[in-house]
Design a protein around this ligand. Structure first.
Ligand code: NAI
Ligand code: MG
Length: 494
């Protein structure tokens, strides 16, 4: 299978439409946009381009669904639906994973691993549907009063997601929506909307009621902005850049929406000289290069203790060179293309900045040509001689570019690691358990990995702090963000 021969049942040449109120409809303005395969630069589908007026229709459909029969579904009914969806997605996963590969470029070796995650997400949140609890509290008010809280779904949720892994990212809003009895308007990114549209089809086939999940792909500055500002939306769950996250928070003021924003990062990954280097070299490399560096919690600032610095730089650069970059459909491929020409320009721009700032390009640094020339492929890149105050060490690049920075001792590693406006991920590599524990406590971030990196699953919580945003994802607290608490005082002597 190669790009020239691949066929996909979803890519049938027909216009891909918006899902609003259970119907597949064209945008009111009758506009469309082209979906590209970033490995070839070729158009693979035409999609209706949702605008502000389509968002308005979708929000109304979501409100109607929220107040309709869906509101009568009991927790066990919602759980049963989610388990059915999980089964249906499991059976149909191969074409869903392939669609994600074709739309956003991640190699099949990566997207095929998403099956477990995707199915687990529906099954885990299905268990949450039957685990919604209020609490009773003893009060001391004179007389006879009982006090307790009840939980209600917040209402209509807007999910706004980026292009770097929509197949999984959409679940962070879909699953808690279904578990709690909310309804959703999902706005995928224009760069990669297809796995959202296809998952919605599969959910409908499994019995999702009309209007409970609506999907409106469209531009951020029109459709996205309209959703973020819509007075009929009760909560926004956003994943994306810090700049857009700030706009989302500002727009929420119009009706005091609840907001969760998972934003950018510049996460520190710290290697001590007592680390098991056979594990740390590939681990730290893939902590940055996985998904061609397009991961919010990538460990892009690699701090290496001075005694092993030269050796480590050499080994990680050598490892980077072994990575197979190319045809995302080849099962051997480890890294696919960047998502777009714009992202390629951005990443190459940072490579130029690295040279201007005096960093040493130890490996990588080039766009790939030959048979890959039509796609947005770059080599995994290792930069040495980087200091923590260079732009390449401060700003999110979102490409396979690793800055390796030396440090002398634990105190300096922690100080440098924390010198960032972001607070998403972080890691430490050391066989000294006390040191690993101290560093994991001292780095200010919402996620941290010890002798591993990037391990996640739906049942385990994560979040950002500082400029990486706020809001729980995964784990047992996530659904609380989709629930209102109401405190009830009940006089018992009447
Ligand atoms: P973005 O944050 O602007 O886009 C993410 C989502 O927000 C998309 O669905 C987009 O349509 C929507 N959006 C854009 N403007 C909006 C607005 N005013 N109101 C509501 N929604 C809006 O990111 P973009 O433009 O795709 O990428 C720009 C840079 O951001 C990338 O080069 C990358 O460095 C970084 N980025 C970081 C991500 C992360 O997870 N840390 C994810 C995506 C991008
Ligand atoms: Mg695409």
């Amino acid at each position: 299978m190669t790009f020239s021969t691949v066929s996909h049942p979803f890519l049938d040449g027909k216009l891909k439409r918006l899902l609003i109120g259970g119907e597949w409809v064209e945008s009111l303005a009758q506009e469309t946009f082209d979906c590209l395969n970033p490995a070839t630069g070729k158009v693979i589908a035409k999609v209706s381009r949702g605008g502000a007026e389509d968002i308005d229709r979708a929000v109304k459909a979501a409100r109607e669904a929220f107040e309709g029969p869906w509101s009568q579904w009991k927790p066990f009914d919602r759980q049963a639906l989610m388990l059915k969806i999980a089964d249906h997605v499991e059976v149909n996963f191969d074409e869903l994973g392939l669609l994600e590969t074709l739309d956003m470029g991640a190699p099949v070796a990566r997207t095929s691993l998403f099956k477990r995650w995707l199915v687990q997400a529906f099954r885990y949140y299905a268990s949450q549907a039957v685990n919604i609890h209020g609490e009773t509290s003893e009060n001391s008010f004179p007389g006879s009063f009982m006090t307790y809280t009840v939980k209600d779904p917040v209402g209509v949720v807007g999910g706004i997601i980026p292009w770097n892994g929509p197949l999984l990212t959409q679940l962070w809003s879909i699953c808690p929506t279904l578990a709690t009895g909310c309804t959703l308007v999902l706005k995928p990114a224009e760069e990669a909307p297809l796995s959202c549209l296809r998952l919605a089809e599969l959910m409908m086939e499994a019995g999702l009621p009309p209007g409970v999940v609506n999907v409106v792909p469209g531009p951020g500055h029109t459709a996205g902005a309209a959703l973020a500002a819509h007075p009929g939306v009760d909560k926004i769950a956003f994943t994306g850049s810090t700049a857009t996250g700030r706009k989302i928070i500002e727009a929420s003021a119009i009706n005091m929406k609840r907001v969760a924003v998972e934003l950018g990062g510049k996460s520190p990954d710290i290697v001590f000289d007592d680390a098991n280097l056979d594990i740390a070299v590939p681990g730290a490399a893939m902590g940055c290069f996985a998904n061609t560096g397009q991961v919010c919690y990538s460990g892009t600032r690699l701090f290496v203790q001075r005694g092993i610095y030269d050796q480590f730089v050499e080994r990680i650069a050598a490892f980077g060179k072994t990575l197979k970059v190319g045809d995302s459909l080849n099962p051997q491929t480890q890294l696919g293309p960047l998502i777009s020409q714009a992202q390629l320009d951005r990443v190459q721009g940072y490579m130029n900045i690295a040279c201007d700032e005096g960093a040493e390009m130890v490996s990588g640094g080039r766009r790939l040509g030959g048979e890959l020339a039509d796609g947005y492929f770059v080599e995994p890149t290792v930069l040495a001689g980087v200091s923590n105050d260079m732009r390449i060490a401060r700003e999110e690049i979102f490409g396979p570019v690793l800055s390796v920075i030396p440090f002398d001792d634990e105190e300096e590693a922690i100080q440098l690691g924390n010198t960032t406006e972001y607070g998403l991920g972080g890691g430490v590599w050391s066989q000294n358990i006390g040191r690993a524990l101290r560093v994991s406590r001292a780095i200010r971030s919402g996620m941290f990995w010890v002798n591993c990196y990037s391990v996640t699953e739906p049942a385990i919580s994560s979040r950002g702090i500082k400029m990486s945003g706020y809001g729980e994802k995964g784990g047992r607290h996530h659904i609380e963000e989709y629930l209102y608490s109401k405190t009830v005082w009940l006089r018992t002597d009447v």
